[in-house]
Design a protein around this ligand. Structure first.
Ligand SMILES: Nc1ncnc2c1ncn2[C@@H]1O[C@H](COP(=O)(O)OS(=O)(=O)O)[C@@H](OP(=O)(O)O)[C@H]1O
Length: 179
């Protein structure tokens, strides 16, 4: 198993993985591309607090509303475009799309789909999770090899900045045809 989010958007990755093994099963975790872009920006902001605002990076030209698709935070969320590269090498049945939103609201349901896709027995179920209200995420009741609960680390669930709703709407409209 290999987990690297950037593979999904790396042009060379499908051919390379296919040449290693044509039968590889691929799992892609996707979420609302607008929230994804804001989350991506929030991560960069946490490392470089002086970067320009999300709103200014979004547009090539704010007056005309032209979106800067070369900005990686925007570009990564054009899921359909990236998927086209994968479909040149893998049939759609070999790709499972997991919802990032449902991983939070119904982790057992989403992991049920993953287990089925991988041909595994449904070992992970509802009873393995509890919802931690403070973190805003589900946590494991017991971590592997331990009797203690395990939640996601501190960097997950950073507070996102408030983004101008007009910009959010503009991005929603932008992404609609691609996803
Ligand atoms: N298991 C699981 N379930 C649901 N959501 C998850 C999970 N792991 C990571 N995340 C969310 O994905 C966003 C990016 O996380 P990453 O781990 O890639 O990077 S980082 O935390 O920003 O370093 C980041 O989103 P936001 O918190 O909304 O910014 C993480 O919270």
């Amino acid at each position: 198993m290999e987990k690297t989010p950037s593979y999904f958007v790396t042009k060379e990755a499908p051919a390379r993985i296919s040449s290693m093994s044509k039968g590889t099963k691929l799992i892609v975790v996707v979420r609302d591309p607008v929230t994804r872009a804001i989350s991506d920006y929030t991560q960069t902001l946490s490392k470089k607090p002086d970067i320009p605002t999300f709103e200014s990076l979004t547009f090539k030209n704010r007056t005309t509303g032209l979106i800067d698709t070369s900005w990686s935070a925007i570009q990564i969320g054009i899921y359909a475009k990236h998927l086209e590269n994968w479909l040149l090498y893998f049939p759609i049945g070999q790709i499972l799309f997991v919802s990032g939103e449902r991983l939070i609201s119904d982790p057992a349901g989403e992991l049920g789909r993953v287990q089925d896709f991988l041909g595994l027995k449904r070992i992970i179920t509802d009873k393995h999770f509890y919802f931690n209200k403070t973190k805003g995420f589900p946590c494991l009741k017991k971590a592997e090899g331990s009797s203690k609960p395990h939640c996601l680390g501190k960097t997950k669930g950073r507070t996102h900045p408030d983004i101008d709703q007009e910009v959010v709407q503009r991005l929603r409209d932008f992404y609609r045809p691609f996803n």
